[in-house]
Design a protein around this ligand. Structure first.
Ligand SMILES: [Zn+2]
Length: 216
């Protein structure tokens, strides 16, 4: 299959579309045909080998955020389902996993960093990392949930955000900022945006301020 492959000494000049072996599913894995992929800071840092984690393997396929179509069936996900990928490896058994903090798994890591990612035609991943895209949601919208959406949701959860509070979102027209705006609106917050884009009002911001014009 074709894949984006980055080689030492890394950087954009050392990334190219290459022919690589198809992934081989292990027990419990499903095959997913990649349809869409997000491009996030983590992916740029992978291409440049600037992550705080070591890249495996080398040469490396980047791509932490993907959506695609299941090509095999599991217990919940069936062949033909549109899916997004939770981009974290986790064992599901350690003290962090069993307390709802899979992102801290002691045997885990980021898909596309600890292992090859999804800038390729096909991936093989454990079914527990896949989520079925609901009816009515476009796959091209769903693809940005796993990194951009979860980053915003996690930040709001960490801050103890809840309805009735005021929320100020810097960079509200970016991927994560837009999700923070949308989620804030959904949970009943009064959302103000710092952005040069008036259209963020269409996503739930009631006020939009320029970077140098935020009221006290
Ligand atoms: Zn764990």
């Amino acid at each position: 299959m074709k894949a984006v492959l980055v080689r030492k000494p890394y950087g954009e000049d050392n990334a190219s579309i290459s022919e690589v072996p198809d992934p081989v599913p292990q027990e419990g894995d499903l095959l997913v045909k990649v349809q869409y992929a997000g491009l996030n800071p983590i992916d740029i840092n992978v291409v440049r080998n600037k992550t705080v984690y070591g890249l495996k393997p080398d040469p490396h396929i980047p791509g932490a955020e993907i959506a695609g179509i299941a090509e095999t069936s599991g217990k919940i996900i069936k062949e033909g389902d549109q899916v997004i990928l939770y981009p974290r490896w986790f064992d599901g058994t350690c003290k962090y996993c069993t307390s709802g903090r899979e992102h801290l798994c002691i045997h885990g890591g980021i898909f596309g960093v600890l292992t090859n990612g999804g800038y390729c035609e096909r991936i093989a991943v454990p079914e527990k990392m896949l989520l079925k895209i609901p009816e009515g949601m476009k796959i091209e919208d769903a693809v940005s949930i796993p990194v951009g959406g979860l980053t915003a949701l996690h930040a709001l959860n960490m801050a103890g955000a809840h309805g009735g509070q005021k929320l100020l979102v810097y960079g509200a027209s970016g991927n994560t900022g837009l999700f923070a705006t949308i989620i804030g609106k959904i949970i009943g917050m009064d959302v103000s945006a710092v952005s040069s884009k008036e259209w963020v009002k269409n996503y739930g911001a009631t006020s939009v301020y320029p970077h140098d014009g935020i009221p006290n």
